[in-house]
Design a binder for this molecule. Structure first.
Ligand SMILES: Nc1ncnc2c1ncn2[C@@H]1O[C@H](COP(=O)(O)OP(=O)(O)OP(=O)(O)O)[C@@H](O)[C@H]1O
Ligand SMILES: [Mg+2]
Length: 381
């Protein structure tokens, strides 16, 4: 009998490496959340890199579901808060101690509040008042907090996950610019776009269930392991070319953003099971290197052209697949057969790129869709 199958359940779990655990949660989140592959990768990469993540998208597109799910997977102290214009600093930082007030001192009781939490979720973060903003800017960046006794203590914050419905614009963009910059990874989240995705949302939507969980020690192990990944010569050259090309096109990420890109790419490569950083892993920088969110698509195309042409082709072919699936009438046998043969062509093109991990996943996806299409046309007979 297979040795792993013969083990009792608990020891199979214990024998999983930290990387196996990340692979398991990545798959479990991907199986449950619809069209959120990129967001899941971003979330896990942020956690491994120890950098904050901001998700901006319309109401009900799964931001909280994704973030809450990650919080559930990790062990440690957590803090979540839905901000509004009237939120007081006390809600995040704790009340002032009455006994200290009697001594004319303003000292906060931070128990169970943001300054004592490892995993923080700030929803509607752009609604933070100036008083909250001031504290957040320092706490998120320097990871220190002075509760009022004049001592700036280190906070245990591992990651702050922010969410909002819209990117700030106009005057707000200026006042919130520094806050947006505290988030090394940022992404616009779009509603579900494919017909297949909508079908799953309506009729087969299950919240994610996890077969593993992540301890604090495992998180540290993951981070150390990721930081140990060596950059290949090609990946180094690709990063330098991307930064040069972006500067030529007028996109100038701060020195801090450029520097932090190195460990973010290592984290993404580690998540992908790599032993060395390769150019294709630079794809994650599409969410790091822009300054204004309107530059995001420009940054994406520069990165894709220089670092990940295969990844870009795969994404294009998946887009084509979605389009074919959303326009086919499965009650029309002729149209269904044509759609299936178009998908078979796409599958052939993907097979030519099968060395690429994204292409492998895409091949499996298209194969599944071809089978579904055939079954549906059989049903309609
Ligand atoms: N991509 C998705 N995959 C699976 N379920 C989804 C997805 N998007 C939305 N849902 C469903 O819609 C519910 C609402 O989503 P959620 O509360 O996470 O949205 P949100 O983006 O946080 O919205 P808001 O901006 O209003 O806070 C989820 O709990 C889930 O049931
Ligand atoms: Mg929400």
């Amino acid at each position: 009998m297979n040795a792993v199958l013969a083990m009792p359940k608990q020891s199979v779990k214990d024998s999983l490496t930290v990387r196996d655990k990340f692979a398991a949660v990545r798959k479990e989140l991907g199986d449950s959340l619809i069209e959120r592959t990129e967001e899941i990768d971003l979330l896990l990469t942020s956690l491994i890199a120890g950098e904050h993540l901001l998700l901006v998208g319309p109401p009900g597109c799964g931001k909280s579901l994704l973030i809450d799910s990650l919080m559930r997977w990790t062990h440690g102290s957590k803090f979540s808060c839905l901000l509004n214009r009237f939120s007081m600093p006390e809600e995040l930082l704790g009340m002032y101690s009455l006994s200290e007030l009697k001594l004319d001192k303003f000292v906060r009781i931070t128990t169970n509040k943001l300054p004592e939490s490892q995993y923080v979720f700030l929803d509607e973060i752009f609604r933070a008042s100036p008083a909250i903003l001031n504290v957040l800017l320092k706490l998120l960046h320097e990871k220190v907090f002075d509760k009022g006794d004049g001592i700036a203590r280190r906070v245990p914050l591992e990651i702050c996950l922010g969410a909002a419905n819209d990117w700030p614009s106009g005057d707000e963009a200026k006042s919130l610019g520094a806050l947006v910059d505290r988030f090394m990874l940022r992404k616009s989240v779009l509603p579900i776009s494919s017909a297949a995705g909508r079908q799953k949302l309506l009729w087969n939507n299950q919240p994610p269930e996890f077969s593993t969980s992540l301890s604090g020690h495992e998180l540290i192990a993951a981070r150390l392991d990721a930081q140990g990944l060596v950059w290949s010569k090609e990946a180094k050259q690709a990063l330098e070319s991307i930064l040069d090309e972006l500067a030529r096109q007028g996109v100038k990420p701060s020195d801090r953003r450029q520097f932090k890109s190195v460990s973010i790419v290592q984290a993404y490569a580690w998540l992908n099971g790599a032993e060395e950083v390769q150019p294709e892993h630079l794809e994650i920088l599409t969410h790091v290197l822009w300054v204004d969110h309107e530059e995001a698509s420009k940054v994406r195309s520069v990165i894709m052209q220089i670092a990940a042409p295969v990844g870009m082709k795969v994404s294009g072919l998946i887009g084509e697949t979605e389009q074919i699936l959303s326009s086919v009438n499965t009650k029309d046998l002729g149209a269904t057969a044509t759609a299936a043969s178009k998908l078979a062509e796409i599958q052939k093109s993907l097979k030519a790129m099968k060395e690429h991990p994204k292409a492998l996943a895409a091949i499996a996806y298209v194969k599944e869709k071809i089978t579904e299409l055939r079954l549906k046309s059989l049903d309609s007979i």
